[in-house]
Ligand binder design. Structure first.
Ligand code: FAD
Length: 292
């Protein structure tokens, strides 16, 4: 189902992000975790593209499996990595043929070992180029894009990033999913600034429960998402106590979700890291009146 149609019916959506597993063991764990996540009846599942070194084929195979064999509503991520007009055309037709109706269009992270993103073609230098192309030639797809409450790491300041985001929306994007953040004030300020410059589409907050402190710290540094001092203080005493750390992580993410939903956020997109337990513990604890 096209998410823009779903948005007409539902005030808030709840979705889980997955990435293609990279080894035999990871594949087995993935199957178990997805099985658990499915019980939560998500509005959609999204599958990353090229992130963490995965290949395009793995993304397409997984999205095909989740959409057609498992029967889920899905969103395929797609980036400017190696994008040329011919390749994009071929890929869009393939995704359409396997029944995909929703895309998250991105510029993409630089491949491993590369500092900057180097476009393959002048036609696809930024996510907005993909949005414009898909919107013009493949109206069949609903289009999501990324937004950065604390600005994209390469942008000089938030105003500059928002200027580019507005341009991206104007090319035909239907909604925004945010980068993870650990202080809801960033989301509220971002949503307000978007409104001020005429961005009226849904801005779905992206939330990651902190259950592995070192890993999340590394991710947040890469993504340009700050972990506030008072949150660090919450976690630091439990750095070497996985059980306690897990409890604090779930408690903190739940607190973030409830606050966001009470203040009108249109649902939550969970970065699951292919694990199920923390996301399920958070999701199940959100009061049902906030899940409508
Ligand atoms: C929800 C979400 C999902 C993601 N999924 C993936 C994934 O599956 N695979 C993956 O590789 N990465 C993924 N990423 C990471 C993303 O690819 C990186 O953050 C990347 O660095 C930027 O992608 P973007 O689409 O935001 O780029 P863009 O919107 O192109 O922006 C990138 C930078 O360029 C600037 N900019 C934008 N337009 C212009 C312009 N016209 N002229 C000059 N500057 C401009 C922006 O201000 C920003 O600083 C995801 C991120 C999020 C938040």
């Amino acid at each position: 189902m096209k998410l823009t149609d779903l948005f007409q019916q539902k005030k808030s959506t709840f979705s889980f992000e997955l990435f293609p597993p990279r080894s035999y063991k990871a594949t087995i764990e993935f199957g178990i975790n997805v099985g658990q996540l499915l019980k939560m009846n998500p509005d959609y599942i999204s599958v990353t593209y090229g992130a963490g070194g995965s290949t395009q084929k793995e993304t397409f195979d997984l999205i095909d499996y989740l959409q057609n064999s498992v029967g889920l509503n899905t969103m395929a991520h797609y980036t400017c990595l190696n994008a040329t007009r011919e390749k994009v055309e071929q890929d869009m037709n393939q995704l359409k043929d396997i029944g995909i109706e929703n895309l998250m269009l991105l510029r993409g992270d630089p491949p491993k070992g590369q500092k900057n993103f180097v476009p393959t073609s002048e036609d696809f230098k930024n996510a907005s180029d993909l949005v414009a192309h898909v919107n013009r030639k493949h109206k069949h797809f609903g289009i999501g894009v990324a937004g950065y409450p604390e600005k994209h790491p390469e942008a000089e300041h938030l105003a500059q990033d928002l200027y580019h985001l507005k341009y991206k929306m104007d090319q035909g994007a239907d909604f925004i999913v945010t980068q993870m953040f650990f202080d809801n004030a960033h989301y509220y300020r971002f949503a307000e600034r978007c409104k001020e410059i005429g961005i009226t589409q849904r801005i779905i907050p992206g939330i990651i429960p902190i259950t592995n402190f070192k890993q999340i710290k590394r991710f947040s540094e890469l993504a340009g998402s700050q972990i506030p001092e008072q949150v660090l203080e919450l976690f630091k005493p439990h750095e070497n106590n996985p059980k306690k750390l897990y409890e604090v992580g779930v408690y903190y993410a739940l607190k973030q979700c409830i606050d966001l939903l009470e203040n009108g956020a249109p649902g939550i997109h969970f970065y699951t890291l292919n694990k199920s337990r923390a996301t399920i513990d958070v999701f199940e604890s959100i009061p049902s009146m906030l899940k409508r």
